[in-house]
Structures are given as C-alpha cells and as structure tokens.
Design a protein around this ligand. Structure first.
Ligand code: PLP
Length: 434
C-alpha cells in the first residue's frame, strides 16, 4: 500500500473528526504508517515531528518500549472485563496511585475526555439531589472554555464554531469572563486581571448560589481557546468562592494534566483540591482511550445507600479497560523513575530560550506554562492557520495553529536537536504564511 491508495480509500470510507471533508480536496490527509519518538512516518518514509503530541495525548513519544511492553504483558492476562460487578488489578492499582497524586480517593472511569465531563456534571447534580437540593441544577464555565463535544459537555463549552449549530439541543449554562491574560487592560498585570475576573465570578455565584451545582474550568491554560493562560490566583479565588457559596468546583485537567503545565496537575500550583478532577489524554501516555473522574469521600458517601436510585448508575462498556489501565500505570511509572517533572523544567527553559528567535516575526503574547508554548501571530491573512499548517507539513513538522495562535506542545522526550528543528521549521512556516 502506498500513500496515494491509502488516501483515496480513507476519503471514500472514513469521516474524519473536526473536519469539513471538502477541504481535503485542496489540503490532503497525511497517511501515517508508524511512529517513533517524536516522529510520525508516512507509507513512503517521509517523517513529521509531532509538535502537538497527537492532539495533546502523547507524553513519552510514539512506540515507547515501556508502555508498549506493559500493554503486551496485560494482553496475555486479560484484555477486558466489565467493571460492574467485577474488578481487576490494573484498575485498583491505578485508582490507588491517582488518589495519592490528587488527594481524591474515589475514581470513576470512562474512555474519552467528553465522557469524563459528562460524569462530573451528572455526579455534581446528583450529589445535590441526594442532599435534598435538586434545584442546584445549573452549571457555569469560563468564556472560551472547551470541555468536549457530547451534548452535555458542549453545554458548558464556549467555542462558537463547535457549539452554535447544536444550540437548540443543549442545556443552558452561563459563562464567566475569562481570566486569560491576553484580555487584560494595557498595563494590568496577569494577577490583577485574574483578581478582577474573580470578582465577576463572585458576583455571579453569590446571586445564583441556590441554583448552581458546579463551576467547571480548565486550570491555568484554556487550551482550545488558543492556549489562553492565566494567573493561578484565579484558581485559588475560584475555590474559595465555590466553597463559600456551596458550589462544586470541577477541574477539567483533561488537556493540562500529567505534567503539561510544569507540575503533575495544574491545580497543585494554586495548592487547591477541586471537588472533582477530570483526567484523560496523557493518562495512558497517548496509547489507549481512558478517562477518569476523581472525587472526595464526602461526595462518594452521598451516593452510598440502600436505594439503588441514590447510586451513580452511569456506565460505559469499556469503563476501566485493563489494557488502558496498564498503559496508564506504565506512564505513571515513567514519571517516577525518570524524574520527568524536574527534567521538563530544564527542557522548558531551553525551549523558552530557543523561541526568542521567533520574536523577529510579527507576534505578540509569547507565553509558556510548563511544557506548553504559544504566541499569537499578527497578520491580515485570513487563511493563516491553514497555510501555516500546510507549510509546516511540507517541511516535516506537524503544527496545528488555532486561528492565529501557534503553539508547541511536543512529547516530553523531544531532544535538543529536535527542538532546534521544530523552531526553525516553525519560523519558516509562519514566514511563508504571513
Ligand atoms: C480541556 C478539555 N476537556 C475535554 C476535552 C474532550 O476530550 P475528548 O476529545 O477526549 O473527548 C478536551 C479535548 O481536547 C479538552 O481539551
């Protein structure tokens, strides 16, 4: 099979995600046969550096021997068993480890990020209902937030292109002004801006406390909003406000968890523990679909009862899949043995220094948070993101600008030479698309 034949067959039979399929008449699909480290290879050996970690899932490179071996070993034991009425070693070990890392002792599993969002929203509402407060049924999220695309998750997402068409199908939610520091007034610090936005939050929450179940937010970085970063003081204030007015705080760490922001979880930087944390993407190192919602004991206990209806009866067929859990355990083991968080600090400093060459371009808001790096390109070219993507692809770099925001979020295994290549190719791609 060569590139051409695979592309033709794919376009005839596969409906690709997040895509206007007609655009593939001019922007061809990229056929990938195999991966190795930060590189993806097509059927004819051309390679692309995966600077977006395959939609933010890959942590330790493609074809990682340790994660691969763990899955192979698990495959010889047990590929799957339903988790209702049954249990298995990988899911127990993983839950124990995640409890230690997050301080939240009860883990409820699903497969994708959006399913985790659904679970957290339903659990929050059901908790209040079990406590005689059924009118606490509304949710709030941040302006420009992204929490997934199933109907419930889309109800708290705020990205017009994904949401507007489905508006008649969605539950209503209110959006709080975003603390994204790109929106600060001239001369206003990120912290002062975050505090100003926290005041807006408190006003809304205090006025609606009796109907609000939860506030869901992406801690520190609103990734799909174009890597909108904000000061950690907003997280601290959000937790205080939620506690004061009895509203749950749901930390959606689906994109930012597992070291992306410089700590294992973004909430650690603000020293907060949310009522619910949603995890997915990097949890398996990018190997298999797995998501989880972790919550605290008091919430769990509100469901623990003789009545079945007071229990959380939600389920997915592949909940807690043993292969996915074994990949997650291998991923966590790499963090421990390789001292990943510390090593990433050094890599982050190197990336920041290397990215200075990009300031010769017309860019603003050059920013980073741990291993997430971004800036906004000033251009009048309305086709900038597509042309920049195409230019990068022709140079062997997988970049996926979000509007005029160009970001780099490579696997943590990226080497110094690969960073050099990534930045040179980024510079050239942007220059050709201005
Ligand atoms: C913050 C956040 N929440 C939820 C999701 C949805 O995850 P999934 O695409 O696995 O459904 C994403 C995906 O990008 C995300 O970035």
């Amino acid at each position: 099979m060569n590139n051409k034949i695979l592309l033709k067959r794919s376009l005839q039979s596969v409906w690709h995600p997040c895509t206007q399929m007609k655009q593939h008449e001019t922007n061809p699909l990229i056929p990938i046969q195999r991966g190795e480290g930060v590189w993806l290879y097509d059927m004819e050996g051309k390679r692309y550096l995966d600077a977006v970690s395959s939609w933010w899932v890959n942590l330790f490179g493609h074809n990682n021997p340790r994660i691969k071996d763990a899955i192979k070993q698990q495959l010889d034991m047990l590929e799957h068993v339903m988790l209702a009425g049954f249990t298995h070693q990988p899911v127990v070990e993983l839950s124990e480890k995640l409890a230690k890392l997050t301080g939240l002792g009860h883990a409820f599993y699903a497969s994708d990020g959006a399913s985790a969002t659904e679970i957290a929203l339903k659990m929050s509402f059901h908790y209040w209902r079990n406590n005689g407060k059924s009118n606490k049924s509304k949710f709030i999220s941040l302006q420009n937030s992204y929490h997934g695309e199933t109907l419930g998750a889309l109800g708290v997402t705020d990205v017009a292109i994904f949401k507007d068409t489905y508006a008649p199908l969605l539950m209503q939610s209110a959006q709080m002004p975003s603390p994204d520091f790109r929106l600060a007034d001239a001369g206003e610090s990120a912290e002062a801006y975050a505090l100003r936005r926290a005041k807006d939050l408190e006003k809304y929450v205090s006025e609606h406390q009796y109907e609000l179940a939860a506030f869901i937010l992406e801690p520190l970085v609103q990734c799909a909003a174009g890597m909108g970063m904000y000061h950690l003081t907003y997280l601290r204030r959000a937790q205080e406000i939620c506690k004061k007015y009895e509203v749950h705080l749901i930390a959606d760490e689906i994109a930012v968890g597992f070291g992306r922001t410089g700590t294992m979880f973004a909430c650690e930087q603000a020293e907060i523990t949310a009522d619910f944390i949603c995890l997915s993407k990097g949890i398996t190192g990018g190997y298999l679909p797995l998501s989880v919602v972790l919550t605290r004991n008091e919430i769990y206990q509100a469901f623990y009862d003789d009545s079945a209806a007071r229990g959380f009866l939600h389920s997915h067929s592949y909940t807690g899949n043993p292969l996915a859990c074994s990949a997650a355990l291998a991923t966590l083991a790499i963090f421990e043995t390789d001292n990943t968080i510390q090593k990433n600090h050094e890599k982050s400093v190197l990336m920041q220094a290397e990215m200075q060459v990009l300031t010769d371009l017309p860019i603003k808001h050059l920013r980073h948070q741990g291993m997430i790096f971004a800036f906004d390109v000033e251009t009048r070219n309305t086709q900038f993101s597509r042309q920049c993507y195409q230019a990068a692809i022709s140079l062997g770099l997988l970049l996926r600008p979000i509007g005029n925001t160009v970001y780099l979020m490579p696997p943590y295994t990226v080497t110094e030479t690969e960073i050099d290549f990534m930045i040179e190719a980024t510079l050239a791609s942007i220059s050709s698309a201005l």
